[in-house]
Ligand binder design. Structure first.
Ligand SMILES: NC(=O)c1ccc[n+]([C@@H]2O[C@H](COP(=O)([O-])OP(=O)(O)OC[C@H]3O[C@@H](n4cnc5c(N)ncnc54)[C@H](OP(=O)(O)O)[C@@H]3O)[C@@H](O)[C@H]2O)c1
Length: 336
């Protein structure tokens, strides 16, 4: 069976399509025949800089995959042959709070990922996927969707009438837009691109701001909210956006610190966080229990993930180049 491997620091074009032995499931394990794998910014960052992450190479990239149960190991009771499943980003996080052990169980990081034709995973690291979703749609759920769900719903406790600020129109932000709409919140979206902002409005965004033409987008958010600020910010920008996100939040508001799109290091001024009594919470994807709760909501509301483009397995490198170009709106998927 074929799998992509990161073998060194040659970036996207260094990804090798390798032949690996068919993995056989041990006790409590399930072999999944993958049908689609979705790309995340984190997968791209891993491919471009694997060495500083102390990963064991060669490594199969990607956390997000969906497929069918192809073989059952001894003692598996939770799944049947042919069931449609997705792997959990953290194989070891079934529920409860995150721990260091959980963090050492990430697919496409500490563990081989799912950009492969077949993988073996523990049954506790799998969930069934909503029936109305295609494999490509289901493959988008394990990282971006669950991160948005954990931030907005679990930690942020979003409710009808809240105002939520989303930065950019990448995978996490577009899922957050859909989940916020589902909970009756109103959403402000920023983007560098007016066409993407128009698409965000079609998906239910209340207001949109172009952060290129309006670099002081925090002031624009305050104006739109009559000086009050937003209840929640889904912060995917990092050092280049956090100070403005803090300005844009209301007194007593919530900031979910998720992403580092603008760089990995920066300074934080604690004064406005203290003065505004903000709750600033780091988010790291989510647990299997959160994934199952999210899937119930997705199934009930027949929510459909937004897919920008899908590529055949043989063209996975082109899919990563497409992600790097950042012209996408929603998710990029590789189909097997
Ligand atoms: N903590 C976690 O558990 C977790 C989980 C998933 C992702 N993440 C992180 O969250 C971030 C987003 O991930 P993703 O998968 O959604 O990425 P993505 O799909 O690659 O999103 C990229 C988009 O972000 C927007 N963007 C870039 N720079 C921006 C800026 N300065 N201000 C506002 N928006 C900006 C752009 O939107 P426009 O084109 O509209 O301008 C760009 O298209 C990444 O840093 C990723 O590593 C963290």
């Amino acid at each position: 069976m074929k799998a992509y491997e990161i073998r060194g620091d040659d970036g996207i074009d260094g990804l090798a399509l390798a032949e690996r032995p068919m993995p056989e499931p041990g006790p409590g394990q399930v072999r999944v025949r993958l049908r689609a794998s979705a790309l995340n910014y984190r997968d791209l960052a891993t491919i471009e800089d694997p060495l500083s992450r102390n990963l064991n190479l060669p490594l199969v990239p990607n956390s997000d995959g969906a497929g069918e149960v192809a073989a059952l190991g001894p003692g598996v009771t939770g799944f049947e042959l042919g069931e449609r499943v997705a792997g959990c980003f953290f194989q070891g996080w079934t529920g409860g709070p995150i721990t260091p052990e959980v963090m050492a169980s990430a697919l496409g990081g500490a563990l081989d990922g799912v950009l492969a034709e077949q993988v073996v995973l523990d049954q506790a690291g799998l969930v069934r996927v909503p029936e109305h979703l295609s494999f490509e749609e289901a493959a988008t759920l394990p990282c971006a969707a669950l991160t948005a769900w954990n931030a907005l719903v679990v930690q942020g406790r979003v409710k009808a009438g809240d105002t939520v600020l989303l930065l950019g129109t990448g995978g996490v932000s577009i899922f957050a837009l859909q989940f916020a709409a589902l909970h009756g919140a109103r959403v402000i979206v920023t983007s560098s691109n007016d066409d993407k902002l128009a698409r965000a409005r079609e998906l239910g965004a209340w207001q949109t701001i172009n952060y290129r033409t309006t670099p002081e987008w925090d002031a624009a958010v305050l104006e739109l909210t009559q000086g009050r600020g937003v209840d929640q910010v889904i912060e995917v920008g990092g050092p280049g956006t956090l100070a403005r996100s803090i300005q844009a939040a209301r007194v007593g508001g919530f900031i979910a610190v998720i992403g580092i799109l603008t760089g990995v290091a920066g300074q934080i001024n604690p004064t406005p966080i203290m003065r505004k009594s903000l709750r600033v919470q780091g988010i790291y994807v989510g647990s299997r229990a959160m994934f199952q709760a999210m899937n119930r909501a997705i199934a009930t509301h027949r929510l459909r993930p937004v897919i920008d483009r899908s590529f055949p397995f043989e063209e996975a490198r082109a899919a990563f180049h497409h992600l790097r170009a950042a012209g996408h709106f929603g998710k990029i998927v590789v189909r097997m």
